[in-house]
Design a protein around this ligand. Structure first.
Ligand code: F6R
Length: 260
């Protein structure tokens, strides 16, 4: 894992946007994996700015989202479809035909999940997957105790995650219990993972992910076994890391050709 500590959310998000933009410029048919939630909002804002002001071209990219609530009307303000079209897709020149967001209303969910995996494979796999992390260490909605080799499937959210996500539902009780999420095995096949985490609330999950043992109880820790994971965090999210000085030192002494 490469751990990059930035002074604040803005600097971290700008750096993350440069990673995404570099991939798109190098590979016009790039396949991008997107996450939702609070964390990637400034990244998406910066990508929209790059599209507007620097002509970053999304025309030929393909996208796959990590997850979606089961049984929720896609037009609901809390759905991840609404989120993606509001914060990113509706503001860039992505081809709607190449956008993939799990269908939480699919009548046969196991069959649908297999199809989602097939679509990722048919697109050539995901080049870069944007990830946030839950306070309980989840990525996607692979909650603690998820199989470390799991594939896209239905999952039940923890009480903690439903509480964390209550904002757009007008109360915790209205947050759906189930989601469709890419599995940890699915995420591990992405060529690059870009994990973002901001704020003191995420510090413990980040420390366990980066420096703790690989464990299904901290699903994000499986990324220790991924060949190319970049973790971009702000100062607060880095506050529980034991080796933060070393990570800063590594980043400051990168050879020029490795810098973004
Ligand atoms: C959302 C997702 C989740 C979030 C995580 C953090 O698509 O996959 O893993 O990334 O719950 O959410 P925020 O960013 O709202 O703290």
């Amino acid at each position: 894992m490469e751990i990059i500590i930035q002074p604040d959310v803005e600097a971290a998000s700008r750096l993350a946007a440069r990673f995404v933009a570099r991939l798109i410029r190098d590979k016009s048919r790039a396949v991008l994996g997107f996450a939702t939630g609070q964390t990637p909002l400034p990244l998406y804002e910066e990508l929209c700015r790059m599209h507007r002001e620097e002509k970053l071209d999304f025309d030929r990219i393909t996208s796959f989202n990590l997850d979606e609530y089961v049984g929720l009307d896609p037009a609901h303000p809390g759905s991840y479809r609404t989120y993606m079209w509001t914060h990113l897709f509706g503001r860039i020149n992505i081809d709607p035909g190449r956008v993939h967001i799990p269908d939480g209303l699919a009548p046969d969910i196991p069959l649908y999940c297999e199809k989602y995996e097939d679509e990722i494979r048919a697109a050539g796999g995901i080049d870069l997957q944007v990830l946030g992390i839950g306070t309980d260490g989840h990525i996607g909605f692979n909650e603690p105790s998820s199989s470390l080799v799991s594939r896209t499937r239905i999952k039940t959210l923890t009480v903690e995650t439903r509480r964390d996500n209550a904002r757009l539902f007008g109360g915790e009780k209205k947050v759906p219990h189930h989601v469709i999420t890419m599995g940890l095995g699915t995420i591990m096949e992405c060529r690059t993972c870009l994990l973002l985490a901001f704020g003191a609330r995420k510090a413990e999950a980040v420390a366990q992910t980066v420096e703790g043992p690989v464990s299904a109880m901290v699903p994000a820790s499986i990324l220790q076994l991924h060949g190319r994971t970049i973790v971009i965090i702000d100062e607060e999210a880095s506050s529980r890391l034991r080796r933060s000085e070393y990570y800063r030192y590594v980043y400051e002494h990168k050879p020029d050709w490795q810098k973004v």
